[in-house]
Design a protein around this ligand. Sequence first.
Ligand SMILES: Cc1ncc(COP(=O)(O)O)c(C=O)c1O
Length: 392
Amino acid sequence: MKNFSNYIDYDKKEGWKEGSKFVHGALGSDPMTGSVSFPIFQTATFRFRALGDSLGFDYTRCQNPTIEELERTMAILEQGTEGFALASGMAAVMCALSVLKSGDHVILSDDIYGGTYEIALTTLPDNKIETTFVDLSDLEAFKAAIKPNTKMVFIETPTNPMMKVADIAEISKIAKQHDILVAVDNTLLTPYYQKPLTLGADIVVHSATKYLEGHNDTMAGIVVVKDDKIGQAMRNYLKYQGACLAPLNAWLVLRGIKTLELRMQRHAENTKKVAEWLRNHPKVKKVYYIGFEDHKDYKTTIKQCSGFGGMLSFEVDSKETALKLIEKVDMILFAGSLGGVESLITYPMIVTHHEVPEEVREKLGINERFIRLSVGIENVEDIINDLKQALE
Ligand SMILES: Cc1ncc(COP(=O)(O)O)c(C=O)c1O
């Protein structure tokens, strides 16, 4: 059987710097036509030349060249062996969790993304899978939560929205001693700033809807693994659940990845300035930003990440200030997503974390004064001026 892998010369890319890999992807240009922009193979099915003789593709739910280009690109960037592209980040989360069976136990970060939290509160228990939420920035708490039937730890780091950082290498070391799989949601930092598989994780998950695609216009999810057995389980899940990504959306994510380095640098630069400005504002009581040297997990952050990303959260002095802020922002858009070129502000208590029980939310700090900001790549002075007028 012959497919695109016959044309791949990964070695030539081994010495390339990251930014070049982002721009050129796995194959980059089309090996058949030379098209510099990788083609969108907008087809459901592929013609067989004869019985048992195809070009390696038969049906888009199972394989498609554009989707495969994205999957290979992500495998290269995350330094895994195989990537999987899915219809959304939630589909990717479900795909990673699909290795769990009835009777298993999974440990998850306590202030994980609201949708994942809901899966852990509903779908997993419905399938007789036990769940425990733990502050994974606390290694002792992680160790204490391990049970004989623990099969996976699902880490989000930094967490969304409390910006807690879990030590992936240390957790992986402990997990290996107990035969526990380590899955990491790497949406917030992307492989540009953090590579969980190189730190010992087994599975990486992305909402590619966020930074990877980067333009707030496409839903997509990615899973990357480094073990064939886990890869086979993921492939089967994708194939039989039918949660495959559309070829056009795969192309949009590929196009987004081309500028990932530039965008992440600008997001990070802007976020640092906004975090510092907010910290000095009289109506802002606390800023949650992993780039602050006095952040409680700063040591872990600088050990495992090469940058601080584009997210921050903050608490203002009252509910009135919080509500006025989201109403008065002008260039910054009040919307429930993150990671795109436009700055987005949200009110997690109602928008992203309404599924989380109130007492849990309050304990985490997701209260009525709490705001999350995804800092975009606009001119930072405009971002700060917008916050300034909205906080007046
Ligand atoms: C960290 C994280 N993981 C997963 C998801 C789910 O991704 P999607 O919305 O693409 O399904 C989100 C969505 O906000 C997220 O923020």
